[in-house]
Design a protein around this ligand. Structure first.
Ligand code: G1P
Length: 294
């Protein structure tokens, strides 16, 4: 029997350079899409996928993340006094949602390095890695889709998406062969090789890795064996490539829409779409947008 995926690691120690100056004194994970910080969307996706044990890898200047998932007595008292029941419920909901553990990544030395920091807390079991600047809207949560594949094959799985050639260099890219699964021919892939941020001309395909992974614990040994790669960082993609020598890895073209909310344009697109879908704001926002001369 394959072990259950119980834990999810959220790397959140990056410097957020793509979103300066907003991220100079504020973690990018706390940027709000409408009224919820990015990391909360990712945590909710994780909970909806059945993974309740959250490990956040934080760094300097990231205390707002810890405060966000903690109880805020002052705020709760104030809302109680003012009889703002709905708001009180929302604020309590965030801290009641889960128990979070934190581990520090003292230097931003790469995604692989960040994941390695969670080794002790994860232990010898499979786990998820969730990058909260990839915001994914879908009927079945993206992480759940990957866990279903993991449970079927008992092997690591990464989320995949087709990306236009002129953008492919921003991603980890796979060389993979399609595998029939559940009647679908073009969703599941068995990965043959992968490369982090290749030049467009060298990319082995148009299939990019998106920030959702289910990993077997052997990945930690692989991370410990690799050298710094693209950008001089310890890359998770390089560790996965190392793992491929001994273990199969699958890629799954998930169903859903992904926004790159760590990028200014991607963030704007996500904000507009999420606002339009909100029952309390969507109508008014749509009316407002229609008044703009575009
Ligand atoms: C990271 C990974 C990359 C992946 C991407 C998805 O890169 O290293 O393989 O394709 O996330 O968002 P980053 O965006 O942190 O540079």
């Amino acid at each position: 029997m394959t072990a259950k995926v119980r834990k999810a690691v959220f790397p959140a120690a990056g410097l957020g350079t793509r979103f300066l100056p907003a991220t100079k004194a504020q973690p990018k994970e706390m940027l709000p899409l409408v009224d919820k910080p990015l990391i909360q969307y990712a945590v909710e996706e994780s909970i909806q996928s059945g993974v309740q044990n959250i490990i956040i890898v934080t760094g300097r200047g990231k205390s707002a993340i810890e405060d966000h998932f903690d109880v805020s007595f002052e705020l709760e008292n104030l809302l109680e006094q003012k009889k703002k029941k709905d708001l009180l419920q929302q604020v309590r909901g965030v801290s009641d949602m889960i128990d979070v553990s934190y581990v520090r990544q003292k230097e931003a030395l790469g995604l692989g390095h960040a994941v390695m920091r969670a080794r002790e807390l994860v232990g010898p079991e499979p786990f998820a890695v969730v990058l909260s600047d990839d915001v994914i809207e879908s009927e079945i949560p993206c992480l759940r889709q990957l866990i279903d594949i993991y449970e079927f094959f008992g092997a690591s799985v990464v989320a995949l998406m087709e990306v236009p050639k002129d953008q492919i260099s921003a991603y980890g890219v796979v060389d993979a062969e399609p595998v029939d699964h559940n009647g679908a021919k073009n969703r599941l892939y068995r990965i043959r090789n992968m490369v982090e941020k290749p030049k467009a001309a060298d990319a082995p395909s148009n299939l990019a890795i998106i920030g959702r992974y289910i990993l077997v614990p052997e990945i930690f040994d692989s991370i410990s064996k690799i050298e710094p790669g693209a950008g001089g960082e310890i890359q998770l993609t390089d560790a996965l490539k190392h793992l491929l020598r001994n273990r199969p890895i699958y890629g799954y073209k998930f169903e859903g829409k992904r926004f790159d909310a760590g990028d200014k344009l991607g963030f704007l697109k996500a904000t507009v779409e999420f606002a339009l879908r909100r029952p309390d704001l969507g109508g008014l926002f749509r009316d407002y947008l229609k008044t703009l001369t575009l």
